[in-house]
Design a binder for this molecule. Structure first.
Ligand SMILES: Nc1ncnc2c1ncn2[C@@H]1O[C@H](COP(=O)(O)OP(=O)(O)OP(=O)(O)O)[C@@H](O)[C@H]1O
Ligand SMILES: [Mg+2]
Length: 498
């Protein structure tokens, strides 16, 4: 390990700076090259303040990941950065570390503005700032819609160095002269392509006008569609571009599809629950309505489940996010609200109950598993109507999603040293547990009667290895009769993951 540079006067001058710090227990799970293929740079080589190194050490980060290795030194040189790297490979710290390094804690001004598209992601990102900046005395504030403006105004009357939030609320605060961004030198857009979509782009433009002209602009995402080009030309000054996505999907995430009819989906999910070794799962639906309906069905089937979507009260959303993150519940049914950036290392299975419509959404969704190079499993329930999207997404991502096999090798998505409890198929809940869960979810509705157990012989999904695309991969379409014939149940056994 190389020498730690001596920094501010408040730090001890010897190299014993790790004494008294406690790193989290070492993670011995295997990791893929998505995070291990580095050039060998160390955090200590980056001329970071010692207090920041202490936070990095306590976060358990031993070495920078490839994106951190590429982006941090450039960002520290105050260049604009446009960085693309795979999901879960550490983009957050790649912008938080250089942002924190540039903070002067003696100056009571906002010195870094970190923008993200969702409230949950804002909470998570501010947590990362607090953890990494723990020893710096840096003041981090998070602000999002769905909370009381008055509280934010009060908070901003005190010192804030790093402001993390969603664009609408921050624009509101800047427009009211409550958030003073006039001396803020660092402007970061995480999930930048989302922040430049039609929904947010005008707000972003306005926000930028509150910052000084020489500010540093940094854009991060796993996906950069063309819309980013205009912004780059207009608002960035010769940005340093990083693209660590020669291939698009994560090496550790195995992807399968199950070809089903719409009415078979819940039964298929039930089978998956009983067969898979789910540590924690996220199940995506394409609408808020379907999220609630499915969550109810899953609960009726007797499995623990939370749900979250944009139409819920923010306090409920926060509670669900917090509790799921802390492992209170094994399964989370949600909309695309939680598709981007959410980092819960215990999630080893993602299920697209509804297949997404575009490849960006697909990529971000499946990237909720396999965090930081770990193993994960993505299962897509694909209907006749989804067949074109399946084909399109495979083409765009240059990947082939395989049909789900009869047996899914646990070695593909369960860490070898997982405890017995964590690696056993999940158990149905007792009525008491269900009651507790309902309270945690803050859903007032009374317990629904249990659904009849799935009958043997019911169709679960077609898994005869046949692809819903025929003729060598072109989506020619199949008739409903063909589909039914293919889906015929064989041998009285539900064919999921035996
Ligand atoms: N250098 C490191 N060493 C160990 N763990 C790390 C390191 N950097 C980041 N991590 C961990 O990796 C996980 C994923 O990081 P992060 O959420 O920043 O990924 P991301 O690239 O932003 O993903 P997404 O595209 O999904 O938003 C986090 O749990 C984080 O704590
Ligand atoms: Mg991220």
């Amino acid at each position: 390990m190389s020498q730690v540079p001596s920094t501010s006067s408040s730090t001890p001058s010897n190299n014993d700076w790790k004494a008294g710090l406690r790193a989290p227990p070492k993670d011995f799970r295997p990791q893929t090259e998505d995070v291990t293929a580095t050039k060998g740079l160390e955090f200590e080589d980056m001329f970071l303040r010692r207090e920041l190194l202490m936070g990095i050490f306590e976060a358990g980060f031993e070495k920078p990941s490839p994106i951190q290795e590429e982006a941090i030194p450039i960002a520290l040189a105050k260049r604009d950065v446009l960085a693309r790297a795979k999901n879960g490979t550490g983009k957050t710290a790649a912008f938080v570390i250089p942002a924190l390094q540039q903070i002067d804690v003696n100056k009571p001004k906002i010195q870094a503005l970190l923008l993200v598209p969702t409230r949950e992601l804002a909470l998570q990102t501010s947590q990362v700032c607090k953890i990494l900046g723990k020893h710096m005395g840096v003041q981090v504030m998070v602000t999002t819609g769905g909370t009381t403006l008055k509280d934010d105004i009060l908070r901003l009357s005190e010192s804030v160095h790093v402001l993390v939030g969603t664009p609408g609320r921050i624009l509101d605060l800047a427009g009211k002269n409550v958030a003073d961004l006039s001396e803020c030198p660092v402007f970061v857009m995480d999930e930048a392509d989302k922040l430049l979509s039609a929904e947010f782009a005008p707000v972003m433009e306005q926000l930028l006008s509150y910052l000084p002209s020489g500010r540093q602009v940094m854009l991060f995402s796993a996906t950069f569609p063309l819309i980013v080009k205009d912004f780059k030309e207009k608002h960035m000054s010769s940005p340093y571009e990083i693209n660590l996505m020669d291939e698009l999907t994560l090496r550790g995430v195995t992807q399968y599809y199950a070809y089903v009819e719409e009415r078979q989906k819940v039964h298929c999910l039930n089978t998956l629950f009983s067969k898979l070794q789910i540590n924690q799962s996220i199940i995506f639906c394409n609408s808020t309505n379907r999220v609630e309906l499915l969550a109810k069905k899953v609960t009726e089937l007797g499995y623990s489940c939370f749900y979250s979507h944009a139409k819920m009260l923010q306090s409920h959303r926060n509670r669900v996010f917090h509790d799921f993150r802390n492992g209170v519940c094994r399964n989370l049914v949600c909309s695309d609200l939680l598709t981007r950036g959410i980092d819960i290392q215990a999630v080893n299975v993602v299920i697209n109950f509804d297949f997404p419509k575009n490849s960006e959404t697909y990529l971000h969704r499946i990237g909720r598993s396999g965090r930081f190079g770990h193993l994960g499993l993505a299962i897509n329930l694909v209907t006749y109507e989804d067949r074109f999207n399946l084909y399109k997404i495979e083409q765009e991502l240059g990947t082939e999603i395989q049909p789900i096999p009869q047996i899914i090798d646990k070695g593909l998505y369960v860490a070898p040293n997982a405890t017995e409890e964590a690696s056993a198929p999940q158990q149905k809940q007792t009525p008491q547990q269900q009651q507790q869960q309902r309270q945690a979810q803050a859903v007032a509705s009374a317990a629904a009667p249990r659904a009849p157990a799935p009958t043997q012989g019911q169709v679960v999904y077609q898994s005869n290895g046949q692809h819903p695309r025929q003729n060598g991969g072109t989506p020619t379409g199949m008739t409903q009769a063909q589909l039914k014939a293919q889906a015929a149940y064989r041998g009285g056994q539900a064919p999921a993951a035996r």
